[in-house]
Ligand binder design. Structure first.
Ligand code: ME8
Length: 650
């Protein structure tokens, strides 16, 4: 972290011509995560989001709906604000470019740039894409007409316009990129920007006269038909929100620690905005971080396809924190991401359910069974210093990853301590320690697991605030700056406490909870599940089958004749199971967390005998063992009394 004790974090301000979709939610959730982390780590933090309400595109959308631009902007802006409020986004200010204070600040910026000699009047002649609110020279158009960004037809504009001397700043911009290798993240995006600027910058038209839904240019210019170009108006929001040109009361938050944006608007933020700031003699932002694009089930989202992912629906169905975790973990920052329910369900069941939720359940189970829920950390260091060192080493790597926008790596690294915890239980086997009268060690092991859970929940809190607060409550502490200091900075442990039993945090999800997006042309033909069908599936995860279908499964009693650990796997055992055939079947089973190889040999299990062979970690598996798993762990299903190997079940 820099020595600047304040952190200013922003999202783009969203256009009010559409309601929020997963892309908007993604940017906002990343920014929210950074803001929450900043606050937790003791920085005074200002987190800004809001709406971009001027320009030709909004004016036309409003007209098409028979509304005034202001009424239309009020309506859509409110839907963004309500969504962020419902999502508990921790913004400090929600700015609207129709706010009076913003308009005054934007005019002040215009005046300052003008006074500096950076603004002149001329005639603009060229093509304009209303959808992108961008001017394009003919050389950049597709077939001399279409927008190179969105493919829509451009309009020819010939009007009087004020220009900003962007070309004057070309060298200073290049010097800035050069001196600040992290000013644009990910770094490869910076190279793209540099190449573009090296190609030569033309002065930028910064006013329009052919419509009037915009901020008027300053009155003293005596040119009332000019409104500001929407991007000049919009970009200045980052300083007007801090009081620029008005009371300046929060300007000490400037420069921004990070402007979070999507890659589509990098040029505006990495070229125009720093040039404007240079003209205003203001410092430049520390980082401009551009993330990639979300698609759905491999396809571009669009209203006409009807496949736009509605973030509220996803969060309602799968849980807000799960959705947040998924988006941040699934895609390397800067890369494009694909939303599919399958990927989301996998993340929830596997990372969250198996690795995190299950660990808490194991701790609740062990401390309940052996110590009436008490957990005491006093002897953790005596017995488990090695594990603690490993965990603390992982945690120490995290903070820089977050502010370098390596958020997926942050989460990946944060899962290492969970692996240490799960592995320690398997290795030290609390049930064995208790059987051998080594109670002290068993208690210390619980203390270790509790400490790991506590540390992980502190560092995961910015991503999953609600879930992590629940974990902290179960462990008898509160996540805040002082617990962050104690558990993360000072490598501390939890105090003595009695664990609180809480319901499982990540109930397993068996079937998609949302209707799949259906391409428009087949929508009418596809039978939709009735509400009742959908909820039956949801609550039980079961589809009805006939008896004949059931008997297609060949179930047999098997005797486990050999069992080995699979090297490098924390979950798998390699079993040889006699099911009455000439040779035993090789079965790879994910049961190592609950059974040791030696205990299994000679026991029986129920085997699915006609599964297509599969490969797991390169090992052939020729069957599957039936098992039942709940919050207390997993048990194999076995005949009550031994049966001859190969006996059919049914
Ligand atoms: O551009 N995947 O507003 P906007 C990922 N008002 N992110 C996406 C996305 C997708 N499919 N679609 C949109 C504007 N986004 C201007 C910004 S800032 C001074 C002015 C996200 O409503 C992404 O962050 O078109 C993108 O930059 C932003 O939404 C654009 O929102």
């Amino acid at each position: 972290m820099s020595c600047h004790k304040k952190a200013y974090i922003t999202t783009p301000i969203y256009y009010v011509n559409d309601i929020a979709h997963i892309g908007h939610a993604y940017t906002t959730i990343i920014a929210d995560t950074l803001a929450r982390y900043s606050r937790m780590s003791g920085l005074e933090t200002f987190f800004l989001t809001g709406t971009d309400e001027h320009g030709q595109k909004i004016e036309e959308s409003a007209k098409a709906r028979g509304k005034t631009a202001q009424a239309y902007a009020d309506e859509i802006s409110a839907t963004f604000k309500t969504l962020w409020d419902d999502f508990d986004i921790s913004y400090d200010k929600f700015i609207r470019t129709t706010d009076e204070a913003h308009k005054k600040g934007a005019q002040k910026a215009f005046t300052t740039m003008h006074a500096k000699g950076d603004v002149y009047k001329d005639v603009y002649k060229g093509h304009y894409c209303i959808s992108c609110e961008t001017f394009f020279p003919v050389t950049q158009l597709v077939d001399d007409e279409f927008c190179p960004e969105c493919g829509k037809s451009t309009t020819i504009v010939e009007e009087e316009s004020y220009f900003f001397k962007l070309s004057k700043y070309q060298d200073r911009l290049l010097a800035w990129y050069e001196k600040n290798p992290d000013c644009i993240l990910p770094r490869n995006k910076r190279n793209e920007v540099i190449r573009f600027v090296e190609g030569g910058l033309q002065d930028l038209s910064i006013t329009r006269t052919s419509f009037d839904w915009g901020v008027k240019i300053p009155e003293n210019l005596n040119d009332p038909k000019h409104v500001m170009y929407v991007w000049l108006d919009a970009l200045t929001n980052y300083i007007t929100a801090l009081g620029y040109g008005e009371d300046e009361k929060d300007m000490d938050f400037w420069p921004a620690r990070v402007h979070l944006i999507g890659k589509d608007i990098l040029r505006f933020h990495a070229i125009y905005w720093p040039a404007f700031l240079m003209s205003l003699d203001l410092p430049l932002p520390k980082h401009i971080a551009a993330h990639g694009w979300w698609t759905r089930d491999g396809e571009k989202m669009s209203k006409s396809k009807g496949n736009v992912v509605n973030p509220r629906e996803v969060a309602d169905a799968y849980g807000l924190d799960n959705f947040r975790y998924f988006m941040l973990r699934e895609v390397p920052f800067g890369g494009d991401g694909d939303f599919s329910q399958k990927a989301l369900i996998d993340r929830i069941n596997s990372d969250l359910g198996n690795d995190l939720g299950n660990l808490l359940n194991r701790l609740i189970g062990m401390s309940g069974k052996y110590f009436e829920g008490r957990v005491d950390s006093e002897l953790v260091s005596r017995y488990y210093q090695k594990e603690l060192d490993e965990v603390n080493a992982s945690l120490a790597k995290l903070e820089p990853m977050l502010f370098e926008m390596q958020i997926h790596k942050y989460l990946e690294e944060l899962w290492r301590p969970l692996t240490v915890a799960n592995k320690s239980i398997d290795q030290y086997q609390p049930w064995r320690l208790m059987k051998e009268g080594r109670e002290e060690e068993a208690m210390a092991l619980n203390g270790l697991i509790a400490a790991i859970l506590a540390k992980v929940s502190v560092m995961l809190h910015p991503v999953m605030p609600d879930v992590c607060s629940k974990i902290a409550t179960a462990l008898g502490f509160v996540i805040d700056n002082s617990s962050w200091n104690h558990l993360i900075q000072e490598h501390g442990l939890l105090e003595h406490f009695t664990i609180e039993k809480i319901p499982p945090l990540f109930p397993r999800i068996e079937v998609p909870l949302l209707e799949q997006a259906i391409p428009n042309d087949t929508q009418s033909k596809a039978p939709k599940p009735t509400q009742k069908e959908a909820t039956t599936q949801k609550s039980e995860g079961i589809a009805m089958i006939g008896i004949d279908q059931f008997f297609q499964t060949s179930l047999k009693v098997g005797t486990i004749v050999d069992a080995q650990e699979v090297p490098k796997s924390k979950k798998l055992l390699l079993l040889q199971v006699d099911i009455g055939e000439e040779n035993p079947r090789q079965v790879v089973a994910g049961i190592k967390e609950w059974y040791s190889a030696t205990d299994l040999v000679g026991t029986q299990a129920c085997v699915v005998a006609n599964l297509k062979p599969a490969k797991l970690m390169g090992l052939k598996s020729e069957g599957m063992l039936l098992a039942a798993k709940d919050s207390n762990g997993l048990s194999l299903i076995r005949p009550e009394t031994p049966k001859t190997a190969g006996t059919p079940i049914g």
